[in-house]
Design a binder for this molecule. Structure first.
Ligand code: FE
Length: 357
């Protein structure tokens, strides 16, 4: 046996004793783990800060956060392998959540709370060993149009964005951004290969400018008259609707918003969600954090703070911006996430062929 000098043993015992007293005293159930959670997050929303600090206040678990985009986080997890310090992963795209599961980057979680709170179609398949990832909020990909040039019926479907009427009028962010890839993957499921590729060709023909910037830039492009129509995630719009900034108010006055495909398959919805990392060093803290994210308080942050829709049903969400946009009751698309995920390779090849960067 390894020998240790009595005085050092005493010092160590004291340290451990003091430490475990502190942990057990302050938080039963977490004594075995360091009060830390390492979070890799693709959520890029300032209002989330309150979400994290409330968790720390309630549990004593400190959050160390690494920010990167979805693809960057998945690549980092792969590169780090079992040495990865990541405990929880937050991503903002359903297909990337699915990809993380397929690439075995997540550890299955057993949590009756999460299963009860989140509808089945908004989380990974439940298996005996647990569930791989959990949707925490949803967002809609809507169409924005210039009210001076067009009317809602001009853009009440995604298909219409390829109409020659919009020649030189369409603005979108990069075609291979996850938000667009997931929308196009859904279109492939609805329309089939030939029609989807034709539709994408139509989008390219209609571009007002090379894809650049984020969704907010497309919305502002419509308001400035440079673009006639654009695609954007609902929360970027809601942010402008809630803004007190006079320039943002001018933007909102000029644009109209349509939740497309109400008389067919419904408006495309994407999922932001979370998972425990495959090699999490603080698994109890990870599950505690994921459980916290479906609490009423956290869900209200998603809804009121970042203007998303909570996954937990029956919460009384009163978001005036979503109301003003017509986002309180609309038909949303219901597609299996694995379908969206699996279609992405094919869609990326189509984008390369039609030249939509
Ligand atoms: Fe975003």
């Amino acid at each position: 046996m390894h020998s240790i000098h009595p005085s050092r043993w005493l010092a160590t015992a004291r340290k451990v004793g003091v430490l475990s007293c502190f942990l057990i005293g302050s938080l039963p159930g977490f004594a075995a783990q360091e009060q830390v959670l390492n979070l890799y997050s693709a959520r890029h929303y300032a209002t989330d800060e309150a979400l994290y600090s409330n968790f720390t206040r309630a549990t004593g678990i400190k959050i160390n956060r690494v920010d990167a985009d979805d693809a960057g986080i998945l690549a980092r997890l792969k590169a780090e392998g079992s040495a990865s310090p990541a405990d929880v992963i937050l991503l903002v795209d359903a297909a990337r959540l699915w990809k993380g599961e397929i690439d075995d980057l997540f550890a299955p979680v057993q949590s009756p709370e999460l299963l009860k709170a989140i509808p089945e179609h908004l989380r990974a398949k439940q298996r005996a060993e647990g569930t791989s990832w959990f949707g925490l909020s949803t967002r809609a990909r809507v169409i924005v149009y210039d009210k001076q040039k067009f009317k809602p019926s001009d853009v009440d479907t995604y298909e219409k964005l390829a109409d020659p009427k919009f020649l030189g009028r369409l603005c979108i962010r990069s075609g291979s951004h996850p938000y667009n890839l997931s929308l196009f993957s859904a279109m492939l499921e609805h329309l089939g290969t030939a029609a989807t590729e034709n539709w994408l060709k139509g989008l390219v023909a209609n571009l007002a400018r090379q894809p650049k910037g984020g969704d907010t830039d497309q919305i502002k492009g419509v308001a400035s008259g440079e673009c006639g129509v654009a695609l954007a995630n609902s929360y970027y719009l809601a942010r402008l609707y809630r803004s007190e900034n006079p320039q943002d108010k001018t933007v909102v006055e000029r644009i109209g918003v349509v939740f497309p495909n109400q008389s067919s398959w419904g408006t495309h919805i994407n999922i932001a969600g979370g998972a425990m990392a495959r090699h999490a060093k603080h698994p109890q803290n990870a599950v505690a954090f994921l459980n916290y994210l479906v609490s009423e308080q956290a869900q209200k942050y998603f809804a009121d703070g970042n203007n998303e829709w909570p996954v937990v049903k029956g919460l009384n969400i009163n978001n005036p911006a979503l109301k003003a946009m017509g986002g309180t009751s609309f038909k949303s698309e219901k597609l299996d996430t694995s379908v969206i995920g699996m279609n992405q390779v094919k869609v990326q090849q189509m984008l390369d062929r039609v030249g939509l960067r």
